[in-house]
Ligand binder design. Structure first.
Ligand SMILES: Nc1ncnc2c1ncn2[C@@H]1O[C@H](COP(=O)(O)OP(=O)(O)OP(=O)(O)O)[C@@H](O)[C@H]1O
Length: 298
């Protein structure tokens, strides 16, 4: 299964919120739609959901026009919408029935999701009695209640503590393995780095970066170098091609103009008989790439 966004453009008056956007999200490989505020992520999601018509381009599911009639879509909106006075199980059953499930099937699915999210003991509680993070887990369960083919998660990590964020990753991995198509929107780079394979980074509607996270990182080259030595070598490392030097608890962090400078640094250390316990060229993090391309905003 696949979701293809093909040359999609959306304008609001004179403003182009999304410009000629193309990407494909495939079964089993969670896809990240990244960008800072106002980049066009929510507008893109709304077009996929059919809430906004596209001005140009196409949105397809397995090569055919995507409609909510043909494809089961689970959407976790950025603004959460639960009924505070209803119990967890009532609410999830209601969402299931709204999506054409029998009440019985909805209860079975709700209980299994609550087990997975370690929320089963809360099933009889009113939503308003739950902590924010737990309410978010219920919202996630509501999104997944009818086992959707396409799962769209808008900023799913906001408000989750590290343990719950880990649980969300496990749930996403589980659905990816089941072959579901999963689309994330996020401005939190670290949260998607190890979860998604492909991504686009948007800025004011324009595509700044597109590709697999691995290839994008590779293209940026390894320009960060970590050196741990048994003596103070900072002054020796101030050479051409070394842009910055920062002393940290785990060693000296260098930023290089390009990967080849590392060889020069290595040679200097060897020529001075410096005993080096760590010499590590590191790839940029997604966050660093994002900051360079978009200028911050996480
Ligand atoms: N209904 C609308 N009418 C007019 N302009 C809109 C509308 N929806 C979005 N926009 C504009 O489109 C641009 C993209 O907004 P969008 O909400 O898609 O960004 P986003 O990446 O989701 O941002 P955030 O991370 O803040 O949610 C913004 O400049 C926004 O003001």
């Amino acid at each position: 299964m696949s979701l293809s966004v093909e040359g999609v453009t959306k304008r609001f008056g004179a403003e182009c919120a999304v410009e000629n956007l193309s990407f494909t999200a495939r079964s089993g490989e969670p896809f990240a739609l990244l960008g800072s505020n106002g980049a066009g992520k929510t507008t893109t999601i709304r077009m996929i959901l059919g809430l906004y018509p596209v001005d140009q381009g196409h949105i397809r599911w397995n090569g055919e026009r995507l409609t909510r009639k043909r494809v089961k879509i689970g959407y976790l909106p950025e603004e959460r919408g639960l009924y505070p006075k209803s119990t967890v199980i009532e609410q999830l059953t209601y969402f299931g029935v709204l999506r054409d499930m029998s009440a019985r099937a909805a209860v079975t699915s709700a209980e299994s999701l609550l087990e997975r999210l370690q929320m089963i003991e809360h099933k009889g509680k009113r939503v308003e009695e739950l902590s924010k993070g737990n309410q978010q887990k219920i919202q996630l369960a509501a999104t997944l209640i009818n086992d959707p083919d396409l799962i769209i998660l808008d900023e799913p990590f906001s408000g989750l503590d590290p343990l719950n964020a880990e649980m969300l990753r496990d749930v996403v991995t589980h659905y990816a393995k089941k072959g579901r198509v999963i689309l994330f929107s996020s401005h939190q780079m670290d949260s998607v780095e190890n979860l998604c394979r492909d991504m686009v980074i948007l800025r004011q509607g324009k595509t700044m970066v597109r590709g697999t996270i691995r290839d994008v990182k590779k293209a940026y080259g390894r320009t960060r170098l970590l050196v741990t030595a048994e003596e103070d070598v900072v002054t020796r490392l101030r050479v051409d091609g070394v842009v910055s030097i920062e002393q940290a608890a785990n060693g000296i962090h260098l930023t290089l103009t390009d990967e080849a400078v590392a060889l020069r640094v290595f040679k200097i250390l060897a020529d001075h008989n410096v005993f080096v316990s760590r010499f590590e060229l590191q790839e940029p993090t997604l966050r660093e790439i994002f900051i360079e391309k978009v200028g911050g905003g996480t």
